[in-house]
Design a protein around this ligand. Structure first.
Ligand SMILES: [Fe+2]
Length: 438
């Protein structure tokens, strides 16, 4: 059964590669999929990942093939000594001939900040370790988009793991590239487990999460919503497709938008975003970040103009709120723009960063358009796989770095220091390290 899935996936991959030749840009040949096996009893937890829920709680999510296992997490601050437990619930879903295992979610806490906890899921299997984020600055985010599960993905994950510690991972869409092949959600969950069980993974959806199929499956986001439950209720959102959360005790507010949920005038997402941004006090929250999938600014040949409708609908809201940075994915390359509003450089607008270079099976988007109307706003662009890190140093200063996978060791290929827009009229973001930070 597994080999037939594999053949089907490889066939689809080849088809995508052939289709890519029909486009104007040519992607490199696919990297083989990395299909991570479970290899343990059906009662043992797998695909463990964690996400923050409010200021002091953490949601633990995992899957068991045995659907009778309890949705309980036991935890404590010493290995093997569990002083607390929390019971959640589980769900399952069906997709054509596929039936998922039990997908458990349990919320633990209240937890201490910057603290290591040891935990076991469902009273069986391995012990896992997590560290809670800090309650104040500094805080460091890893940002990766369009991850997939190829050799390139494995390279990105190894660079993240070996590139220094961090507090939380942000993913602006396109996770598993299961693309209706549901066992690929399971293999993806197992591939990312070493990282995703240890630090919170906060994700929003991409087009590869939609997974509707004529006749077979009409409902979108079935697997994504079941497996990657995010704290939308806690942020007043009625949909798992858009939500927000605070980090570093409220010093940073992160808005996760849905490129594939309605965003126009009168839509629930737009109404929610207006409410959410209105509730941000920039005196208490000097850093405001947003993530979405299809970029609003993009000089790559791939996916030109796909984010334009959303930009027209929502850009002014982010601009008026003085969002500091907008991260997107979708385009399989790295590109950093200056601060922009309405297609012009504007020192009060967000910096736009496309980071869709996590390593998926579709390969890189190699061609940037030299004469693109926004080319003068694009400050760094390169079609390589990699990941980014945003370290918010204090209330006024943050540093963004991009690390590409081509290098054997973690090497910073792009670096820019940012000044919070809440700190008054900013100096233009400048590359390089300020003298006083050396
Ligand atoms: Fe995408």
């Amino acid at each position: 059964m597994a080999s037939s899935w594999r053949l089907l996936v490889q066939g689809l991959t080849s088809l995508v590669f052939l289709c890519a030749h029909a486009d104007e840009y040519v992607r490199p040949p696919p990297s083989p999929l990395v299909l991570t096996a479970h290899g343990k009893p059906a009662s043992h937890p797998q695909q463990v990942h964690i996400s923050i829920v409010g200021e002091k709680n953490m949601r633990i999510s995992w899957v068991t093939d045995d659907r009778t296992r309890p949705s309980v997490v036991e935890y404590g601050t010493s290995p093997g000594k569990y002083t607390a437990s929390a019971t959640g619930d589980h769900t399952t879903y069906s997709y054509f001939l596929y039936k998922s295992g039990a997908i458990h979610h349990a919320t633990i806490g209240p937890l201490e900040p910057s603290t290591t906890y040891y935990y076991q899921c469902g009273k069986a299997g391995d012990e896992f370790t997590l560290r809670t984020p800090p309650a104040r600055l500094p805080v460091e985010f890893v940002v990766i988009g369009d991850l997939g599960q190829t050799g390139w993905t494995a390279s990105t994950l190894s660079h993240i793991a070996g590139g220094g510690d961090y507090d939380m991972l942000l993913l602006p869409g396109d996770l598993s590239y299961a693309d209706t092949q549901q066992p690929l959600w399971d293999t993806f969950g197992r591939l990312v487990q070493p990282l995703a069980s240890a630090r919170p993974w906060m994700v929003t959806e991409g087009n590869h999460e939609i997974e509707t199929l004529p006749v077979v499956e009409f409902a979108p986001f079935v697997a994504y919503n079941a497996r990657w439950r995010m704290p939308h209720e806690e942020s007043g959102s009625a949909s798992n497709l858009y939500y927000s959360f605070d980090a570093a005790g409220g010093a940073a507010h992160v808005v996760m938008l849905g490129s594939y949920a309605d965003f126009g005038e009168g839509s629930p997402q737009r109404a929610w975003l207006e409410r959410d941004l209105a509730g941000v006090d920039r005196r208490r929250t000097p850093w405001l970040l947003a993530l979405l999938h299809a970029p609003w600014d993009n000089t790559n040949q791939a996916h030109q103009g796909e984010g334009e409708r959303m930009r027209r609908a929502m850009e002014s809201l982010l601009y008026e709120a003085r969002v500091d940075v907008v991260f997107s994915g979708h385009v399989h390359a790295y590109e950093r723009f200056t601060r922009i509003y309405d297609n012009e450089a504007d020192s009060r607008g967000p910096m736009y960063i496309t980071i869709g270079d996590g390593g998926n099976r579709e390969g890189l988007a190699l061609k940037f358009i030299k004469g693109h109307k926004s080319a003068h706003l694009s400050e760094f662009r390169e079609a390589s796989f990699g990941h980014g890190r945003l370290r918010i140093v204090n209330e006024t200063t943050a540093v963004w770095t991009w690390h590409r996978n081509d290098d054997q060791f973690a090497t910073v290929r792009d670096e820019v220091w940012l000044h919070s827009l809440a700190a008054g009229e900013p100096a233009a973001a400048a590359g390089g390290r300020p003298v006083d930070e050396l």
